[in-house]
Ligand binder design. Structure first.
Ligand SMILES: [Zn+2]
Length: 180
């Protein structure tokens, strides 16, 4: 299932910025939004952050993470900027959570605003990096074989992780969530 409002907002940003390409160039988006992007030696459990001051918008990402992870982090921080940031919310710090912590985190905060914001940022990031129309188009023209191979092929094309592409395809109802 997808959130149509978030999908529409992501598509509008890609259109306005002229960044509707495969793979989507996240720097094309941050340039359009006048966001400075910096690789940083962040603490190992921090994937990235968004910081807003009077005259600067900065996204920092952890330079030790993979290319695909960095792209997702930047897209996730763009989402915070477009959806959540404001004068009263000038800083977002995103931490990696180990699976067991993630479960605790979900239990403890699933009804809080923070959890909703994180979920929205992930959904918006997925919509930015894997635009619905482009994913559908590429899925149709992909070489037909084992579904796992198709997912790998698409994740390489869109420069996202295999996991991110699997989730996106399931959320778009292109594949069965049990198929991967
Ligand atoms: Zn976040």
């Amino acid at each position: 299932m997808i959130n149509n409002l978030l999908e529409a907002k992501a598509e509008k940003l890609l259109d306005d910025a002229g960044c509707y390409t495969i793979p989507v160039d996240v720097i094309c988006l941050t340039d359009f939004l006048k966001i400075r992007v910096e690789a940083m030696p962040l603490q190992s459990d921090i994937s990235g952050f968004l910081g807003i001051t009077n005259d600067n918008i900065v996204i920092g990402y952890n330079k030790t993470q993979s290319h695909e992870r960095r792209r997702f982090t930047i897209a996730h921080e763009i989402a915070h900027y477009r959806l959540h940031a404001g004068k009263d919310m000038p800083l977002f710090i995103d931490r990696d959570k180990k699976p067991e912590q993630r479960i605790m985190f979900r239990d403890a905060t699933s009804s809080t605003g923070e959890f909703i914001k994180e979920r929205e940022a992930n959904a918006f990031a997925a919509a930015l990096l894997m635009p619905k129309s482009l994913v559908e188009q590429e899925f149709k023209s992909s070489s037909k074989g084992y579904i796992q191979d198709t997912i790998k092929e698409l994740s390489a094309k869109f420069q996202v992780s295999v996991q991110a592409m699997s989730i996106r395809l399931a959320n778009l109802d292109i594949i069965d969530a049990n198929a991967y």
